[in-house]
Write a protein that binds this ligand. Structure first.
Ligand SMILES: Nc1ncnc2c1ncn2[C@@H]1O[C@H](COP(=O)(O)OP(=O)(O)O)[C@@H](O)[C@H]1O
Ligand SMILES: [Mg+2]
Length: 415
């Protein structure tokens, strides 16, 4: 979960003001993955009543829905709605939140693996840290968004517990953990993600985002796309998780939603960080950062690197303009095992997504089409040694091949 803080005076007007005046003084929060999360220009204020917490979010329009869910104490799901669990059930599922059931910790609190007898299923249980800076509002938004959403590339919320002071979320358990762990947290000797798996993960994550942007009613801006929120199931099937920062997208003629700037440093679109104007293209930028991480194996922000390489996008941008540099960008852990054309095309998509101007970034549906094609072109290192500039089989032209020239780059090789 990303860092969330509630400002009591956060009417829509004050939200706007806060983002405009104070975007350069982020608060930092480090989770167990070593991620630095920042929230920009947001006052900390804890102990907010639930009603207050709901008041200012567009998703609170659907709060009635939540009340229906909370009211259904029979523990049965109605349609896609999340069911309620008692605290005793969740404590039993995790051996009273035993340390060996602990799987990780984010801004929201600790996550435990458990087995819930009632539904005969392994689950991940996220316990809201009552002393943390994230809050009830995020809990509500998470429940609402995931209750309304249903897609194979979104993690399923099975239920929740809102008993007394306790706030817990119950998700399907994702046995392979997060993409972050596979890309950046590999223990010695563990398997490096191969090229095909990386493209499969990128394509699946894009489909999850497309569902939020294009299929959900009302459409939703995710606001928290990053590697640690892409969870992996059997066969590295990716699902997006953590919807506490989600916002209903602009409606009517509006192109943006004005809001406080929140999210994770390194993934946040520069236009959104500067103006507080959130658009669907803010998510597209974050997606581009994730795609760059998949290609390069580098972190969005890495303070252990020389200054000029610490910010992945800033490091990559000048290299997009020089085709000779493309092979230097790819993750060295792949040991040259990648398709040259595939690399160019993946870089072209990433380059378009992280463009400074939001209107120059593609819409998610075009990204899905391009990545679906890329992921379907299975790379076989035995028959297709990567580092040569051998041409691949004849293939439809990707828009991305053309568009990399828009950012001043050389045109990548194509049939
Ligand atoms: N549904 C899940 N299944 C398996 N592991 C999970 C699940 N949800 C979260 N986790 C693990 O718990 C860690 C903490 O998750 P989270 O609280 O969402 O923080 P963050 O997204 O900042 O890492 C994740 O990095 C992941 O490894
Ligand atoms: Mg998460």
């Amino acid at each position: 979960m990303s860092c969330f803080c509630w400002s009591k005076k956060s009417t829509k007007e004050s939200e706007k003001k806060t983002t405009h005046v104070n975007t350069n003084k982020p608060n930092h929060q480090v989770n167990t993955n070593g991620n630095v999360k920042k929230e920009f220009g947001v006052k900390k204020e804890l102990g907010v009543k639930k009603e207050e917490a709901m008041k200012d979010d567009q998703l609170s329009l659907d709060v009635k829905e939540l009340k229906i869910i909370e009211g259904s104490n029979d523990g049965k799901t109605a349609g896609k709605r999340a069911q309620t669990f008692t605290f005793a059930e969740l404590a039993a599922a995790t051996g009273n939140f035993r340390s060996d059931c602990f799987v990780g910790e984010g801004g929201f609190g600790k996550v435990y693996k458990g087995y819930l007898e009632k539904i005969n299923q392994d689950v991940a249980i996220k316990q809201l840290d009552r002393n943390g800076c994230q809050g009830l509002r995020e809990f509500v938004v998470e429940v609402l968004t995931l209750s309304l959403a249903d897609h194979p590339n979104l993690v399923k919320l099975l239920g929740f517990c809102a008993e007394g002071e306790q706030r817990l979320l119950v998700y399907e358990y994702m046995p392979l953990g997060s993409l972050e762990n596979h890309l950046h947290g590999l223990s010695p000797g563990s398997k490096v993600l191969d090229w095909n798996t990386r493209m499969k993960i990128a394509a699946g994550a894009a489909r999850g985002l497309e569902y939020l942007h294009e299929k959900m009613q009302p459409p939703v801006i995710y606001r928290d796309l990053k590697c640690s929120n892409i969870l992996l199931g059997e066969g590295y099937h990716p699902k997006l998780s953590d919807f506490g920062l989600a916002k209903v997208g602009p409606s009517g003629d509006k192109t943006h939603v004005s809001t406080r700037v929140m999210g994770t440093y390194g993934y946040c679109a520069p236009d959104y960080a500067m103006t507080g104007q959130l658009t669907f293209k803010s998510d597209v930028y974050s997606f581009g950062v994730v795609l760059l991480e998949l290609i390069t194996g580098r972190k969005a922000i890495d303070n252990t690197k020389p200054v000029r390489e610490q910010n992945l996008v800033a490091w990559a941008r000048p290299m997009f303009r020089d085709r000779k540099k493309f092979s230097l960008m790819v993750d060295p852990l792949l040991q040259g095992q990648y398709p040259v054309r595939g690399l160019y095309q993946a870089l072209a998509i990433a380059a378009m997504c992280v463009q400074e101007q939001p209107n120059m970034r593609p819409v998610i549906t075009d990204i899905v089409t391009a990545l679906h094609y890329l992921a379907s072109q299975k790379y076989d290192p035995r028959t297709d040694p990567g580092q040569t500039s051998k041409r691949g089989p004849s293939s439809p032209r990707l828009k991305s091949d053309d568009d990399i020239t828009q950012i001043g780059g050389d045109r990548p090789e194509r049939d």
